[in-house]
Design a protein around this ligand. Structure first.
Ligand code: NAP
Length: 524
């Protein structure tokens, strides 16, 4: 439901605003602290006569809890002696049978109790919204939960929590309060202010917030970051329009959470959302996969728990650091020393690694692995996944890396040979796998291996998929090797993530198709 705040400077203007807003809103909030000569009786009557079905909230916001959309407040509050006048005003709204009156948690037990008793005396037609605002920051998840429970102590009909977002993670913390409130069978309004908080205003209605605030137009915003009604409706239509026609499939898990996130930094160029959303849609899963650029991993992880997100993908630089925040790590991921997939089972986070599975599925489509030799260029996370998978299948990896110390650490861990890049020419093997970023866009003419050294390999695999055919693969093709790009691995590791989250194998063909099309557009 959309609520438009009426923020006009005068009663006359507010009456005009009400006429314009009623057609677009489920609720109107009368911001009596901003309407200089506001007459609550006239204003409520105007809403009722214009659109009887529109709900009414009466608010007299405390100055300390208001952050105006503009530098200067739209109008000076007339509620000078707030303590007394505010209570009179809210009681009058209760007499006039407003649907809700809003009172700040910080007004305290006595004031909220007095208002609650007054509501009861008038037949409990009006509900109380107990609201909390932090106009400077977003507190921790624990603190938000404490605030929520304090609001409950006052028998709030609706709890409202609004904080200022300084980062993407702040949205996760506050949005996490929506499913938290649902578990307590409590109606909630939860969102963040500020430009960083916009995403919460979009996501909150889909997560089940009681209502969302939107301005009639951009001049009428009552809080920074607030979207206009038109923007809210466009986003709503777009997301509803993209919902699958098929009924949602039954998930293998005991609960039916179906939203997923990618956590990394940076994530703007990631093709995972495109690939995963195409697969989820095709499977008839009524969920969405969103990328979040994260700078505070710990907060993002608590956001995931709080928001009941079913699964997460981890990318650079969090594949290792995420491990300390998980409740359990699968043996494969533990041996590799990196997690790229998290499954949330009722708040218990379990880490997996599907990179190695993706690479092994790719490899096994290409050639046998047992007793075959593999030169692996690189000694980072992907190299670790490759060495682990090849050894697990009975293959013989040889590590080749630029930094000797790092290469040796890996070779000692898995007890396999190590050579420096300069010695690559001395080696012979069945297959060469590049796990470094050399040759990746925007440097498509770089290669980790001189062309002439590729002649002896039957197969050459590059984990890079942008561009699809790297210089390494172009050179290998000329040398008569079979070549495979990182696209196959990317699709397989993504498909395995979806399988872990939903218990169902998605269509790899579709996932590959959407990525190929997008890469085709990128490469022109
Ligand atoms: P990482 O942990 O940072 O390791 C990168 C490795 O590349 C290191 O061993 C590093 O050598 C080496 N390297 C980097 N630049 C180099 C250079 N200029 N010359 C020589 N060696 C260089 O990275 P990662 O997570 O393994 O990822 C590596 C690549 O795999 C990335 O391009 C990533 O996008 C790709 N990837 C693809 C998939 C897929 O599904 N297709 C999945 C995962 C990763 P030093 O030890 O000397 O620093």
């Amino acid at each position: 439901m959309i609520c438009i705040p009426v923020t006009a400077k005068t009663n006359k203007e507010a009456l005009q605003e009400i006429k314009r807003c009623c057609a677009f809103a489920d609720f109107l909030e009368l911001r009596m602290d901003l309407i200089a000569d506001g007459n609550v009786r006239d204003l409520i009557a105007a809403i009722r006569s214009t659109a009887d079905s529109v709900g009414i909230i009466v608010t007299c916001r405390k100055k300390e809890e208001e952050l105006s959309a503009n530098e200067l407040p739209k109008a000076k509050s007339i509620i000078k002696d707030r303590g007394i006048l505010k209570m009179d005003l809210l009681k009058k709204a209760i007499d006039l049978k407003a649907d809700f009156v809003d009172i700040e948690l910080t007004e305290g037990k006595v004031a909220i109790g007095e208002l609650r008793d007054y509501c009861a005396k008038q037949g409990d037609v009006t509900g109380i919204i107990v609201s909390y605002h932090d106009i400077k920051k977003t507190p921790s998840v624990t603190k938000l939960q404490e605030i929520f429970h304090k609001c409950l102590e006052h028998d709030a009909a609706v709890v409202k929590i609004v904080t200022f977002a300084k980062s993407t993670e702040d949205n996760l913390k506050v949005l996490g309060m929506i499913p938290y409130a649902q578990k307590h069978s409590q109606k909630i309004i939860a969102m963040c202010m500020g430009d960083e908080g916009r995403i919460s205003r979009v996501a909150a209605p889909f997560l089940g917030a009681y209502l969302s605030f939107a301005a009639l137009d951009s001049d009428a915003q009552s809080a920074p970051g607030q979207l206009t009604v038109r923007q809210m409706k466009q986003i709503n239509n777009l997301l509803q329009g993209n919902r699958p026609d098929k009924p949602a499939v039954a998930l293998s898990s005991e609960h039916d959470l179906q939203n997923y996130v990618l956590l990394g930094n940076p994530v703007a160029q990631s093709l995972s959302p495109l690939m995963h959303n195409a697969a989820l849609k095709e499977m008839g899963i009524d969920g969405h996969y969103n990328a979040f650029c994260v700078s505070d991993l710990e907060s993002a992880i608590s956001g995931i728990k709080g928001m009941d997100i079913r699964g997460a993908s981890l990318t650079i630089p969090y594949k290792v650091s995420v491990m300390e925040y998980l409740d359990e790590i699968h043996e494969d991921a533990l041996n590799i020393g990196a997690v790229n997939t998290v499954v949330n089972s009722n708040g218990r986070l379990v880490g997996y690694n599907t990179d190695w599975l993706g690479l092994m599925l790719t490899l096994k489509e290409l050639m046998p692995v047992k007793d075959q030799t593999f030169v692996i260029i690189g000694a980072g996370g992907t190299a670790r996944a490759a060495v682990y998978g090849i050894m697990k299948e009975g293959g013989l990896p040889i590590i080749v890396n630029r930094t000797i110390a790092k290469g040796k650490i890996l070779s000692n861990k898995f007890n396999c040979p190590f050579y420096s890049l300069a010695d690559l020419g001395k080696l012979k093997a069945n297959c060469l796998i590049n796990t470094t970023p050399i040759g990746m866009y925007p440097h498509p003419d770089q290669t980790p291996v001189e062309s002439s050294l590729l002649a002896g390999y039957k197969c050459v695999i590059d984990v890079i998929y942008n561009p699809l055919k790297t210089k390494l693969l172009r050179d290998a093709e000329v040398q008569g090797c079979r070549i495979v790009s990182g696209l196959d691995m990317f699709v397989h590791q993504g498909a395995q993530q979806i399988k872990l989250w939903t218990g169902i194998e998605p269509s790899s063909a579709l996932m590959e198709k959407v990525i190929r099309e997008r890469l085709g557009e990128i490469e022109g």
